[in-house]
Design a protein around this ligand. Structure first.
Ligand code: GRF
Length: 202
């Protein structure tokens, strides 16, 4: 079996990254994390990459005069590692048109709500404030919008009475990590294409 090459982009704690690293220790898992990229230094996710012996790089937007330059530099870095799939795992920047054009339908993101409900930075908080009784997580193909791309997979999480944002987000993240590991495995082993926003598996 040829294992697929994953580049994971991160900005924070990196527990989703860790789930992929842990999954890839299984010889039956069909993918390896070959590089980790970040938009900022000194984060836990980069320490996780180092601990696992995975090369990492930082492409900091503040080092560039224009956002578009940052975007294409990031794409250049990522392309160096010849990825089959790029996973945004808690990556807090929007990838621009030149990045997405380099890797069509090969960039996924994970969001802690059932899209299209509660997009943006505060999915768990917004779901709680709205009063939903079920929320969850979504893996989607990244397009130029904010959490608007075609949905690849979703999982539901019940809201408990008295839930805090933190408690709810923690339970969502448990589901999210499992869903990410399963979905990445499926995406690198099963051909897919997008028809009218729907991901169709061959
Ligand atoms: C996840 O809930 C992800 O959906 C959101 O930020 C969180 C990242 O968690 N965008 P981690 O850095 O993988 O622990």
């Amino acid at each position: 079996m040829t294992r697929a090459r994953l580049v994971v982009l991160v900005s924070g704690a990196g527990t989703n990254l860790q789930a992929l690293i842990d999954a890839s220790k299984d010889p039956q898992y069909p993918a390896d994390v070959v590089a980790v990229g970040s938009d900022r230094p000194d984060i836990e996710a980069l320490a996780r990459a180092e601990e696992a012996g995975i090369p990492s790089f930082v492409t900091d937007v503040s080092q560039f005069q224009r956002r578009a330059q940052w975007d294409s530099s990031l794409a250049d870095h990522v392309a160096t590692f010849a990825p089959d799939l790029i996973v945004l795992a808690g990556f807090m920047k929007l990838n621009g048109p030149s990045f997405l054009a380099r890797f069509p339908d090969r960039v996924i993101n994970t969001h802690p709500a059932l899209l299209p409900s509660f997009p943006g930075m505060h999915g768990p908080r917004d779901a709680l404030q709205h009063g939903v009784t079920v929320t969850g997580c979504t893996i989607f193909l990244v397009d130029e919008g904010v959490d608007t791309g075609p949905i690849v997979a979703q999982a539901a999480v019940e809201v408990m009475p008295g839930d805090s944002e933190e408690a709810l987000h923690m339970r969502i993240k448990e589901k999210e990590r499992q869903l990410l590991v399963q979905t990445v495995a499926k995406m690198v082993t099963t051909p897919y294409h997008v028809v009218e926003r729907k991901v169709v598996w061959s």
